[in-house]
Design a protein around this ligand. Structure first.
Ligand code: PLP
Length: 404
């Protein structure tokens, strides 16, 4: 027998495993509220009209070809993407930015960079990174695989169903000086709870006083308020406060470019020299990993963001998604009440972004799946994008049944 006979079967990915189970389910009533991807009011994936138009232009553009992108990606795209995040008035001469394989790839490149260059706190053999509890499940594996010491800070109080602000502050205070702190830029996944701007300012002060390093993960810019500019407020505050922010940016959700793997990783430097050194190191990380990024998604973002009309249309498209999702959030709670639920669901309407973090426990989630063929993660998170007028009553009744 070859060594392959000793390869053990690994566990399936929690979220992608549920997607598989949904696909193979034959119940006509089935609903997928697991996946973090936008669906239109008929339950179908949506290509943003501004994105479609950009693709049509690219198709007939004689200057377009399929050559390799540079290691750091398309520099023009990177500049536009960073303008989208940091503001078009940001000091580009201090931003080291590379194109990445969406947000996951950005976290991976950023984690690798931090692991290599952040000084390890005394007595530690790895760089500690504090990620919120709960967070996007993949963060744990990503930063472990980058050779970092993954630790948690309190983020959510399941008794109040709100942000555990005191717990967060206490844990960031306790963290060894010079730790990396991962922050969700907006629309925290899975809780939908973000700090207020006053709280962000205090978090910024604390991080500064503890000489921590901040790593922003921005996967939902535009999904929190419907306005991508407004959703960048926390990030921009931290930059204005002088932090050497590291930013992982994804265009999967807000441009609907999930499968195109379009993102950036950037580092706010203090000088042109630093920027040049950081760029050189990021390229050294990327080259042996995948050489260079794919070009289709970045060409789309570049085309949209270089054209005023397409940009305006894009902002409308993004708002349309956020508005529909928010309408589903409000309606879910309305219908829950209509069908007789006496629970306090106000946390769901207070939350923002793509998800409702309902507070249902894993048994309730399992019952939703076994009895009603409603597929969701076992933490009680419902992707509001999966709801529409055709299924919301069914889902609300089922949620009422398992929580009554
Ligand atoms: N970060 C967070 C918080 C996310 O929720 C996601 C996707 O769900 C990502 C990053 C990365 O997604 P992608 O690699 O598709 O851009």
């Amino acid at each position: 027998p070859s060594y392959l006979s000793n390869v053990p079967e690994g566990p399936p990915d929690a979220i992608l495993g549920i997607a598989e189970a949904f696909k193979s389910c034959t119940d006509e009533r089935k609903v997928n509220v697991c996946v973090g991807a936008y669906r239109d009011s008929t339950g179908k994936p949506w290509i943003l009209p501004s994105v479609r138009k950009a693709e049509e232009r690219l198709l007939v553009d004689p200057t377009v070809n399929k050559e390799y992108a540079p290691i750091a990606g398309d520099a023009k795209y990177v500049d536009l993407a960073l303008g989208f995040a940091y503001g078009t008035d940001a000091d580009m001469t201090k931003l080291a930015g590379v194109q990445t394989l969406s947000g996951t790839g950005a976290c991976r490149v950023g984690g690798h960079f931090l692991s290599k260059f952040v000084p390890k706190p005394e007595g530690m053999d790895k760089v500690p990174i504090y990620i919120p509890n709960p967070t996007w499940g993949n963060h744990i594996a990503i930063f472990n695989n980058c050779g970092m010491d993954v630790r948690r800070y309190r983020y959510y109080n399941s008794k109040t169903n709100r942000l555990d602000y005191d717990g967060l502050i206490e844990d960031l205070k306790e963290a060894p000086e010079g730790s990396v702190i991962l922050l969700h830029a907006c629309a925290h996944n899975p809780t939908g709870c973000d700090p207020t701007m006053e709280q962000w300012k205090d978090i910024s002060d604390l991080i500064k006083s503890k000489k921590h390093h901040c790593f922003f993960d921005s996967a939902y810019q535009g999904f929190a308020s419907g306005d991508a500019e407004a959703d960048a407020s926390a990030l921009r505050l931290f930059v204005s406060e002088g932090h050497n922010v590291v930013l992982a940016q994804s265009f999967a959700k807000n441009f609907g470019l999930y499968g195109e793997r379009t993102g950036t990783l950037s580092v706010v430097c203090n000088s042109l020299e630093e920027r040049s050194a950081v760029m050189s190191q990021l390229k050294l990380i990327i080259r042996p990993m995948y050489s260079s990024p794919p070009i289709h998604g970045s060409s789309i973002v570049k085309t949209v963001l270089t054209d005023e009309e397409l940009t305006a249309e894009y902002y409308d498209n993004c708002k349309e998604m956020a508005t529909r999702i928010n309408a589903m959030r409000v309606k879910l709670v309305e219908v829950l009440k209509e069908v007789g639920s006496e629970h306090d669901w106000s946390h769901v309407t207070e939350q923002i972004g793509m998800f409702a973090y309902t507070g249902m426990n894993s048994d309730m989630c399992d019952e939703l799946t076994s009895k009603y063929s409603i597929f969701l993660t076992r933490d009680g998170r419902i992707s509001l994008a999966g709801l529409n007028d055709g299924n919301i009553e069914y889902v609300a009744k089922a949620v009422h049944d398992v929580t009554a």
